[in-house]
Design a protein around this ligand. Sequence first.
Ligand SMILES: Cc1cc2nc3c(=O)[nH]c(=O)nc-3n(C[C@H](O)[C@H](O)[C@H](O)COP(=O)(O)OP(=O)(O)OC[C@H]3O[C@@H](n4cnc5c(N)ncnc54)[C@H](O)[C@@H]3O)c2cc1C
Length: 302
Amino acid sequence: MDDIVPALKSKLPQLRGRLLANEPLAPLTWFRVGGPAQALFMPEDEADLAYLLANLPREIPVTVIGLGSNLIVRDGGVEGVVVRLGRGFNETKIEPGHRVRSGTAVPDLRVAKAAQEAGIAGLAFYRGIPGAIGGALRMNGGAYGRETKDVLIEARGIDRAGSIRTYTNADMGFTYRHCGVGDDVIFTEALFQGTAGDPAAIAVEMDEITSKRETTQPVKSRTGGSTFKNPAGHKAWQLIDAAGCRGLIVGGAQVSELHCNFLINLGNATAADIENLGEEVRRRVKDNSGVTLEWEIKRIGV
Ligand SMILES: Cc1cc2nc3c(=O)[nH]c(=O)nc-3n(C[C@H](O)[C@H](O)[C@H](O)COP(=O)(O)OP(=O)(O)OC[C@H]3O[C@@H](n4cnc5c(N)ncnc54)[C@H](O)[C@@H]3O)c2cc1C
């Protein structure tokens, strides 16, 4: 892809964060596949990100990524600017009333731990979700009967025009693994509500989550978590199993033997292998059960 970085730097002279041309994205995702970002931007702070969004020519697309645990980056890479939040969005604070305020680059695990140490119950489910808080907001991430919708008071975000605003829980339009806020909005901060709890008891709950995960999910593999949403009244993994897809291979990608709603990069998969495998699973499930599976994993790029 053309190197747009020099032109962007001259158009946006007050940009402070790092802006890199043709930067590989595969190492930033769990699947470890896919092409580069035409430009990768790591803003210094919220004001820096707002400056980019307000001044970047409208025809240049912007895509945000978190820890890449729910993401297939396609082999041709991602055109325009890919935003990845880091330092500057990485703080967690305990606030009065059993609340936790967190930047959106903070891994979910760290929010769970901070809450546990402060004796705040209700956020332990984040222990098992390997993304960062921005991804949890966008995906309404959840586990074990709880989801982000149940614990979020409000979130801050910046739209493509560079305007910063606060979204209440109701504004977020959460449904199952979905947030209704416009796709252009990049979340920067979240405020969570917990309840009083005993740190030792919460620690036990978190340990149980860890061991449950390790025995039921391929958590040490190159994967993207649940590939498809559970259709109403069904479990995606059961439909996939019934369609005979457990262990199915396309190129270097395989349907996990351990949890068949997980796809795995066996080592040398391309993004196309993984996406084609997912589409093959959808076809077979449709033929077998009549149910159309909907992707939960986000696919970006060309
Ligand atoms: C082993 C494994 C287990 C998993 N288990 C669970 C589970 O139990 N429950 C569950 O819900 N998920 C689970 N997942 C999926 C994944 O961890 C979650 O969807 C997570 O919330 C994604 O966060 P992320 O930071 O990795 O986002 P990414 O994968 O990088 O991005 C996901 C989406 O969020 C958007 N996004 C990221 N950051 C921001 C931001 N700051 N502002 C706006 N949008 C943003 C991206 O544009 C993209 O659309 C699992 C994944 C793996 C690999």
